[in-house]
Each structure stands twice: as C-alpha cells, then as structure tokens.
Design a protein around this ligand. Sequence first.
Ligand SMILES: C[S@@+](CC[C@H](N)C(=O)[O-])C[C@H]1O[C@@H](n2cnc3c(N)ncnc32)[C@H](O)[C@@H]1O
Length: 248
Amino acid sequence: MAAGGDDTTIAQVHSGIDSSNKTLLKSEALYKYVLDTSVLPHEPESMRELRLVTDKHEWGFMQSSPDEASLLRMLIKLSGARRTLEVGVFTGYSLLATALALPADGKVIAFDVSREYYDIGRPFIERAGVAGKVDFREGPALEQLDELLADPANHGAFDFAFVDADKPNYVRYHEQLLRLVRVGGTVVYDNTLWAGTVALPPDAPLSDLDRRFSAAIRELNVRLSQDPRVEVCQLAIADGVTICRRVV
Ligand SMILES: C[S@@+](CC[C@H](N)C(=O)[O-])C[C@H]1O[C@@H](n2cnc3c(N)ncnc32)[C@H](O)[C@@H]1O
C-alpha cells in the first residue's frame, strides 16, 4: 500500500517507468526545485560567493555545479576522508567544498596547470578559514602525481580523489590514483557522460574537441566498468559523475 493509502495516484505517477528510464531530472524546473529546496540553502556562504564570481568568468562553465559540490562534501564526510587529492582546480569551487568538508587536521593536495585561475578563488578559501588544509601545486597533473608516486610513503596514503581536468588523460590518472588511494578509498570522476554525447551514434555532428573528449570518456567508462580493482557507481547528475571504490 502506498503512503497515504492512494494506490491509484502512485500508479499514475509512475506509469511507463521501468528500470530503463527511471531518471527524474527531465526539466530545468525540476533541477531548479532540487537546487532551491535541498542544495542552495545549505551551500556555505564562501562557496556561494566564489560560485557567483566564477559564473562571470569567461570559462565559468567549467565550474562544478552546486549539487555536485554537495555530493562531494557528503562523500568526504561519510567516508571520513582526511587526506585527499584533486586534479583540476580552476577557481577552486570543488576545492573549497572539499576543504570545508575535511576535518580540522585534513589536507587536500590540488593540481592545476594554471595558478592564475586558482588565484581568483584563493581569497575565498582564506576567508572561509580553510587555507591551511589546501596544498595547491601548479603543473600538469600526470607529472605531479608521478612526483607523489616517487615517494613510497604516499602509496595508499590517500582516502579520496576528485578528477576534473583533461579528459583524455583520465585513464592514466586512474592508474596513478589507484596506487595513491588506499583500498577502501574513493576516486570520483567528473564529466563521465560528457553532455550525453557518450550515447550518441558515431556519425552525430560534434566539434573535434567534443568528439575526442567523448571518445576518451567512453573508453574510461568501459575500463572502469571492467576494472576488478574498483567498484563503480555511475550517477546521472551534473555532467555525469562516477564514484569508484578501490576494492583491492
Ligand atoms: C573543469 S575545470 C575544474 C573545475 C573545478 N573542479 C571546479 O569545481 O571549479 C578543469 C581544470 O583543469 C585544468 N587542467 C587542464 N589540463 C590539466 C592538466 N594536464 N593538469 C592539471 N590541470 C589541468 C584546467 O586548467 C582547469 O582549471
């Protein structure tokens, strides 16, 4: 029996739904509802300020969405993560979310090829009182992660990683991160549905960049799904988010 005892209404609301189309976010109004009801009222003020400033940046679309940031904060808190990694900082919205979610003795090492973007967000991180948890490192993430790997003390030393940078390198980051994140730890990949292009037919019209990134993401998704070292959960929020738990 449905809550309230009205089986007819429940049946109507769910008519035509099965496991192949059970997704709710089919309208901007519904997304706005989620943001207004459950996400934005809980967004820390420092994050809101940084998000609105970044929205005005010419590359502002690269910033993570507020619901994705709220997912990151929840995952970090639920898992009790203390040492984390971030690949792709931009102005620091997801980095600030991470730093706020970490405990007082937590640390996030964050990589980006550009310090210029990070300098936009740095004052917000400082004003939020979490700059002491942030270790920003400028440079290509593949090299930076290799530097970490050169020290055996870093192997399996991290609890959580968030990847949101150059998509064609995701499969390489995966190999590096599986050595840095401990068994039981979490690696989260952003943009794993690449605006839905992953499901388009091969002859669909796409820019060269979208075709290249979409192919890279499709390759990643297959690899993650077949990788016995991780347990995978693909979420259809934001631009697609994949959560991996290292199991061996
Ligand atoms: C989508 S943005 C990151 C958005 C950020 N996570 C947020 O929530 O605002 C991607 C970032 O990756 C950086 N990036 C691109 N290629 C990179 C690489 N090879 N190594 C490190 N960072 C890179 C870009 O400079 C850019 O700032």
